[in-house]
Ligand binder design. Structure first.
Ligand code: NAD
Length: 349
């Protein structure tokens, strides 16, 4: 098969080459998939996309005309791909449902620690030979209440990490997970109670019609004053302008954000010579209690290897005219864990 990889990042290229095992003709493009780049797919069988690519309905139509039969998403989230339109046109879509929930949960935990213990500020002060700690006082995580919104693969790992810190974990999910209730003392309740009670809230839901702008002024008003909010899910799960207002009044004491609702064409790029003219991002950067990372929560070597392996597993299934269990809409059974374990041995890194 001929495969075009859109949005290729330097950090993943070598892993994708290894995962291909010389089976397919693969071309790498740094370009994002968009209205203007969709025609580049002419002559290919399958494309692969990343979080910032636009595979909305009009672009899916163009890909269909170009002859594309499969879209392999290099990640978990698929809010940027119109799966209904793809299915209607007979284009297969598959994601990598579980490459490393640990990577994302560990990053979220790192953000909690960095904000609470003011690690970035401490480092900056020390570099200026200011060794005072008066403005660096945090709080114990032990016996604090932490709310998890969305306890799927990532949220459940988060529950385990927080349990290790001695936190009381409150959770809201449309599908509660009995295992983490039984093993990590997670207490499921409604969204309002999670907000009322929690000292820290961490978000791990997908972005969909129900969750878009789920964290808005109305919900923030229900939160404990001084709450720390962490978002490593998708930017538009929170209404950023409402968060900015709450950060300014101190209603929210700290924000850790790995994702931003307008991150497209900003995150993942070196914009130092051409800084984005995004007023809301500028405002967030000007606030001392905001910690921003550029959608890197997933970025561990383990995760990148798993993404490459499962992406080519999906493509190989299509090459053999078989279904992959990672096809969207979600299939009943997921065998990815087994596949990842099986394929891991080919990497000598
Ligand atoms: P998952 O599907 O395993 O878990 C999502 C959970 O959210 C599920 O338990 C589901 O029931 C719950 N949920 C869905 N809609 C809900 C709603 N309206 N209210 C409450 N709960 C709801 O997904 P996951 O692997 O845990 O990943 C979660 C999200 O994290 C992904 O969709 C993706 O957007 C994001 N993500 C970000 C990064 C990053 O690098 N920042 C990396 C991977 C994933």
């Amino acid at each position: 098969m001929k495969i075009l990889i859109y949005s290729t990042k330097d950090f993943e290229r070598e892993y994708l080459i290894v995962a291909n095992e010389n089976l397919h003709v693969v071309n790498f493009s740094r370009e994002l998939l968009s209205e203007s780049t969709a025609n580049r797919a002419i002559g290919y069988d399958v494309i692969s996309v990343f979080a910032g690519d636009d595979a909305s309905a009009p672009i899916i139509k163009k890909l269909n005309h170009a002859g594309i039969r499969g879209i392999a998403i290099r990640g978990v989230g698929y809010d940027n791909v119109d799966i209904v339109k793809a299915k209607e046109l007979g284009i297969r879509v598959a994601n990598v449902p579980e490459y490393s929930p640990y990577a994302v949960a560990e990053h979220a935990a790192g953000m909690i620690l960095a904000l609470n213990r003011k690690l970035i500020l401490a480092d900056q002060q020390v570099h200026k030979h200011n060794y005072k700690i008066d403005n660096l006082i945090g709080f114990d995580l032990n016996r604090k209440k932490v709310g998890i919104i969305g306890t799927g693969r990532i949220g459940s790992v988060m529950a385990k990490i927080l349990y290790g810190f001695g936190c009381w974990v409150l959770a809201y999910d449309i599908k509660p997970d009995k295992y983490i209730e039984d093993h990590y003392g997670v207490f499921y309740t409604n969204l309002q109670t999670v907000c009322n009670e929690s000292d820290i809230i961490t978000i791990h839901t997908p972005l969909n019609e129900q969750t878009r702008y789920m964290v808005n002024k109305e919900l923030i008003d229900k939160m404990k004053p001084g709450v720390i909010l962490i978002n490593t899910s998708r930017g538009a799960v929170v209404k950023t302008e409402d968060i900015v207002d709450a950060l300014k009044t101190g209603r929210i004491a700290g924000l850790g954000m790995d994702v931003y609702e307008k991150e497209n064409r900003i995150f993942f790029f070196d914009r130092s010579a051409n800084p984005p003219q995004d007023e809301m991002l500028k405002e967030l950067m000007s606030l001392p209690n905001v910690l921003i990372t550029p959608h890197q929560a997933f970025a561990t070597k383990d995760a990148i290897i798993n993404i490459a392996t499962t992406t080519f597993y999906n493509i190989n299934c299509w090459a053999e005219n078989k279904n992959s269990e990672n096809e969207l809409p979600l299939a009943e059974t997921r065998l990815v864990k087994t596949i990842m374990r099986k394929n891991h041995s080919q990497f000598s890194y």
